[in-house]
Design a protein around this ligand. Structure first.
Ligand code: PLP
Length: 435
C-alpha cells in the first residue's frame, strides 16, 4: 500500500518509507492513500478469532507487497504476546483493558508492533538501525520495552535527569542489552534538541542508520485500530452490535485508530473523545474553531496535550468535513475533581479500580448514556493500569494498591544509564563510539 502526507505536498511512499521517516518532508503525517474496505471481513469474522489473528488480518492490506504473509503473521504473534480483557462494569458500560503489556499501558501495542517491523526492515537491508527517542517518561518506557531484544535494532533513550517519575526511570534504565538510556543534564527540550540535531547531522547519517519512533509514526498508529475490532467481535458474540467507544485522549492517536477501523467498515454508532481540561478537540466538536492552546497540567498527565498532532489525521479521514466528523465523534472534558470523584464512585459501587485516564473515559460513557434514550452499549478503552498512578489513586480510595510482579521486578533491578551533558558534541561522540 502507498502512504500520503496529510498536507498532500509530499511524494507518496511505501509503508516502510513512511515508518522510517516518521514525519513527511512537508511536515504532514502519513496516512494510507486509500483506506481498504474490510466490511465483509468485519461482518464474517469467526467468533473464535483471537487478537493475534485479528491483528494479522488487519495488518495484511497495509503491509501487502512489503512483507510476506508468514512474516506479517509472526510480527503479529510476537508483538501481541500479552492478553486483553473486556469486562462489563455496570449495565451498558464495558471496559477494554489494554494495559497488560510490559509497561502496563496501551502504548505497548504500538511500540511492540513497530519494533518488530523495524527489525524486519533491518534484516532486509542487512543494516542495523539505531532509534533515537527523547522522552519525558511514558513514550521512552514503551519504546524501550517494545524494542528490547529485538534483533537488528539499537535504541538510545534520552531523558531529562530528575524529571521523570522513579517508576518510569526504572522501566527505561533497567533493561540493558540493545537499550541504552542516557540521562541528560537538562530538561526535556534539551533531549529533543539533541535528537533533532543528530537526525540532520550529515556525518552521522553517513555512518549510522538513524531513525525515530515517536508517537505520530504510522507503525504505531495502525495497531491502535486492531483492538476496536477485537472488542466489536467479542461483543457480537453476546448479541451486542450497536456500539459506542469512549476513548481517553491526549494526542488522539488512539481515537484515530478507532476512526480508521470505522472507515474500513466496522459498525460503530459513536466515538466519545474524552479529555481532561485540555479540551481543544471537545471544543471543536461542540462547534468552535480548532484552536491549539498551551497544555495544562492534570492528574491524567499522559493526556496533557494542548495541540494534538493527530487532529489532522482525523480531518483527513473525514475528507475535511467538520460536519461528518462531528456526527461520529462527541466530545467530553472533565476536571481533576470530577476524575477523582469518578475513580472513587466506581470503586465504591462496583469494586473496579481505574487509572485517571480511564476514569475520564468512563465518565464520558456514563454521561453519554444518561443523556440519550438509545441503549447503545459503550466500551471504554482502559489505557493504563491503575498501579502506574497509585500516588494519585491511593488518597482517593483511602487504600494502598498492590504492585504487580512485572513492576516489582523492574523496581528492584539496578538502574543502568549514562549521565551526559546537554552538549551536542558529547552526544555525538557517544553515538559514534557505540557504533
Ligand atoms: C498516551 C496515553 C493516553 C492518550 O492517548 P493518545 O493516543 O495520545 O490520545 C491516554 N492514557 C494513557 C495512559 C496514555 O499513556
Amino acid at each position: 500500500m502507498r502512504f500520503v502526507s496529510t498536507t498532500g505536498r509530499s511524494e507518496e511512499v511505501s509503508f516502510f518509507e513512511a515508518m522510517r521517516s516518521g514525519l513527511a518532508p512537508d511536515g504532514g503525517l502519513y496516512m494510507p492513500k486509500e483506506i481498504p474496505d474490510l466490511s465483509s471481513l468485519f461482518r464474517d469474522l469467526p467468533m473464535d478469532m483471537d487478537f493475534k489473528q485479528i491483528a494479522f488480518e488487519l495488518s495484511r492490506p497495509f503491509l501487502h507487497g512489503e512483507l510476506e504473509e508468514h512474516v506479517i503473521r509472526s510480527v503479529s504473534n510476537d508483538a501481541f504476546n500479552f492478553p486483553l480483557s473486556l469486562k462489563r462494569i455496570v449495565p451498558g458500560i464495558h471496559v477494554l483493558e489494554l494495559f497488560h503489556g510490559p509497561t502496563l499501558a496501551f502504548k505497548d501495542f504500538g511500540a511492540r508492533f513497530m519494533a518488530r517491523l523495524f527489525s524486519e526492515k533491518a534484516s532486509k537491508e542487512g543494516q542495523k538501525v539505531t532509534i533515537l527517542v527523547a522522552t519525558s517518561g511514558d513514550t521512552g518506557s514503551a519504546v524501550a520495552n517494545g524494542f528490547y531484544n529485538v534483533e537488528g535494532v539499537d535504541v538510545c533513550i534520552l531523558y531529562p535527569k530528575g524529571k521523570v517519575s522513579p517508576l518510569q526511570e526504572k522501566q527505561m534504565t533497567t533493561l540493558g542489552g540493545n537499550i541504552t538510556a542516557i540521562e541528560i543534564d537538562g530538561v526535556f527540550d534539551d533531549c529533543q534538541r539533541l535528537v533533532k540535531k543528530a537526525f540532520v547531522d550529515p556525518e552521522l547519517s553517513r555512518m549510522m542508520n538513524l531513525s525515530s519512533a515517536n508517537s505520530i509514526n504510522i507503525a504505531r498508529l495502525l495497531p491502535q485500530s486492531f483492538y476496536y475490532v477485537y472488542a466489536f467481535n467479542e461483543l457480537k458474540k453476546t448479541g451486542i452490535t450497536d456500539l459506542v467507544f469512549s476513548v481517553p485522549s491526549g494526542n488522539f492517536g488512539n481515537l484515530t485508530g478507532g476512526l480508521l477501523a470505522k472507515i474500513m467498515g466496522m459498525h460503530v454508532k459513536h466515538f466519545l473523545a474524552a479529555t481532561n481540561r485540555n479540551d481543544v478537540v471537545p471544543g471543536f466538536l461542540r462547534g468552535d474553531k480548532f484552536t491549539p492552546k498551551p497544555s495544562i497540567q492534570t492528574i491524567s498527565n499522559a493526556m496533557d496535550v494542548g495541540d494534538p498532532s493527530n487532529f489532522v489525521r482525523m480531518q483527513h479521514l473525514y475528507n475535511h468535513s467538520d460536519e461528518a466528523l462531528r456526527n461520529d465523534v462527541k466530545g467530553y472534558s472533565y476536571t481533576d475533581e470530577s476524575t477523582r470523584e469518578t475513580i472513587r464512585d466506581v470503586y465504591e459501587r462496583t469494586g473496579y479500580l481505574m487509572c485517571p485516564h480511564t476514569a475520564i473515559g468512563y465518565r464520558a460513557a456514563a454521561e453519554y448514556r444518561s443523556s440519550t434514550s438509545n441503549r447503545f452499549e459503550s466500551v471504554v478503552l482502559a489505557t493504563a493500569h491503575p498501579v502506574k498512578f497509585r500516588d494519585v489513586i491511593e488518597p482517593v480510595i483511602n487504600q494502598s494498591i498492590e504492585i504487580p510482579v512485572q513492576l516489582e521486578e523492574s523496581l528492584q533491578s539496578d538502574k543502568k544509564s549514562i549521565p551526559l551533558s546537554a552538549e551536542y558534541n558529547d552526544f555525538k561522540a557517544l553515538l559514534l563510539a557505540g557504533r
